[in-house]
Design a protein. Structure first.
Length: 231
């Protein structure tokens, strides 16, 4: 067990999504209906991100022959350097729907990037850390299998020269001897239908690019709360 998991943590940020997004500093993607990248189909639409019943909801939809997706950023509402982040989330049952819970630097640079949890809503959880420069980019990966259709708490700890990924407080992956960034990072969420002809076609994409019995025309990721802690 890494020393960091037994550290005394002090929570300095929490959002339980009890208010409409318009009353918060969360910023939705898609005001210009931008195309979704990274192998997903369709465009972002801001109406696909909203709060309901104390949850943040990210919806993927298929309407009139087009997929629409969801994305939301915590910038400029809250950002932090290092520490521990946790996200309480539940995924739908829907083939071919991808997601990413990620941290990005407030200065707009890339890398670094921390993908706390990424993959398809059915099945394994992948975690990535990207560092270096755009021309000398490095990536390390951790994979864990969990029932994503139940509520789980996904987390990451910035710990000196390693990144520690957790699910429900249990360590699921450690990336050792990596240059852990000290930049301030904001939290974001993204989801979308994966293109069977795109770069992410390696597994579980939407057959033919249209819904079927396993890919509903509307699916929702629900997030109960997010928190950040410092030592």
């Amino acid at each position: 067990m890494p020393t960091s998991t037994t550290t005394q943590w002090v929570r300095d940020y929490h959002d339980g999504f009890s208010r409409p997004l318009k009353d918060t500093k969360w910023g939705r993607y898609g005001w210009g209906y931008q195309p979704v990248n990274n192998g997903a189909m369709g465009v972002y639409k801001p109406e696909n991100v909203y709060t309901y019943d104390g949850k943040l909801v990210l919806r993927t939809r298929y309407v009139n022959g087009q997929w629409t997706s969801a994305g939301v950023s915590g910038n400029p509402g809250f950002s932090a350097s290092g520490g521990k982040w946790e996200i309480r989330a539940k995924m739908p049952t829907a083939k071919g729907i991808g997601y990413n819970f990620l941290l990005m630097p407030t200065d707009g640079s890339w890398p670094p990037e921390v993908d706390i949890a990424e993959g398809r809503v059915n099945g394994r959880v992948e975690s990535f850390y990207h560092w270096g420069t755009p021309s000398n980019h490095h990536r390390a990966m951790s994979v864990h299998t969990v029932n994503t259709h139940e509520w789980h708490t996904y987390g990451v700890i910035f710990d000196n020269n390693r990144m520690v990924f957790t699910i429900d407080g249990t360590v699921t992956g450690i990336l050792d001897n990596v240059p852990v960034t000290t930049k301030r990072m904001w939290l974001g969420f993204q989801t979308g239908a994966m293109d069977p002809n795109g770069s992410a076609r390696a597994y579980e994409t939407v057959d033919g690019g249209v819904p079927n019995a396993l890919t509903p025309a509307s699916s929702k990721i629900k997030i109960a709360w997010v928190s950040h802690y410092h030592r």
